[in-house]
Ligand binder design. Structure first.
Ligand SMILES: Nc1ncnc2c1ncn2[C@@H]1O[C@H](COP(=O)(O)OP(=O)(O)OP(=O)(O)O)[C@@H](O)[C@H]1O
Length: 245
């Protein structure tokens, strides 16, 4: 179980969000939608301490930390339980696809190189890139690079996968393959917190959709509730802007 309590983040004088509470059950797929600049990416970044929240408490399994008081050891323990998939893939350009996936197992989990590469090859097979292990990122398409980015997060077998707009940097032709892989993870009951502008994904794959705006969670519910029967005028406006209602 993942529990986020009273999460608040400011940049200088600007409060990006405040008092966010979110509990995610094991295997649940939560998708956060909302207008640009409302702090969706910042929320994910605060959950695995790429940013430090100004207030808040995070519980992930047996790790429970205050944002402001977390020790380095606690932050590392929490990171081991969260895999992060970045918008721009964030692969190491000087490492092959297999090395990119193996790297986290070596540095985060302390595996030896042989074990890590064996596991990385299994992951490559699983994500349909079994023959691309020796390729450097520059020799892979955007969709393949992002699948490696997801494979890297999968390798850690984290309790929670965080996806920060995983398809927004992709050419449209590659979006489908990345969403299919995410869908596959969802069918395996991988717990996921996803920020995306892909409304179809939210509609078809999410267990719960959260609409974030004006520094808070304005409305949340099943995809049917959020897309079929929105209540808040800001959500209605947003849906019409993205062409849904
Ligand atoms: N490191 C930073 N320093 C100062 N301001 C920041 C920083 N990172 C983000 N912001 C600001 O915080 C706000 C929220 O940004 P964030 O990227 O989290 O929004 P978002 O909802 O994910 O937007 P989008 O959908 O466009 O990606 C924005 O106004 C952004 O400019």
């Amino acid at each position: 179980m993942i529990k986020i309590e009273n999460l608040t983040k400011r940049f200088g004088d600007a409060t990006i969000f405040s008092g966010l509470d979110l509990t995610i059950s094991k295997g649940e797929i939560v998708v956060v939608i909302g207008p640009s600049g409302t702090g969706k990416s910042t929320l994910l970044r605060c959950v695995n301490f790429l940013e430090t929240a100004d207030e808040g408490h995070l519980t992930l399994g047996d790790v429970s930390v205050d944002s402001q008081q977390a020790s380095k050891k606690e932050v590392l323990a929490l990171r081991r339980k969260t895999g992060f998939v970045f918008q721009n893939y964030a692969l190491f350009a000087h490492l092959t696809a297999r090395q990119n996936i193996a790297e986290g197992l070596i540095t985060v989990k302390g595996w030896n190189k042989e074990e890590a590469h064996h596991k990385a090859q299994q992951i490559l097979d699983d994500i349909g890139l079994g023959d691309k292990g020796e390729h450097y990122p520059a020799a892979l398409s955007g969709g393949q690079q992002q699948r490696v980015g997801i494979g890297r997060a999968m390798a850690l077998e984290a309790e929670l996968l965080l996806f920060d707009e995983p398809t927004s940097a992709l050419d449209p032709e590659w979006v489908g393959e990345v969403l299919s892989l995410m869908q596959k993870l969802a069918t395996r009951h991988q717990t996921m917190l996803v920020v995306t502008h892909e409304m179809q994904f939210a509609r078809e794959v999410a267990d719960r959709v959260i609409f974030m705006a004006d520094g808070g969670f304005v409305e949340q519910g099943t995809p049917d509730q959020i897309f079929g029967n929105p209540q808040d005028p800001r959500l209605k406006k947003f849906l019409s802007q993205v062409g849904i209602r």
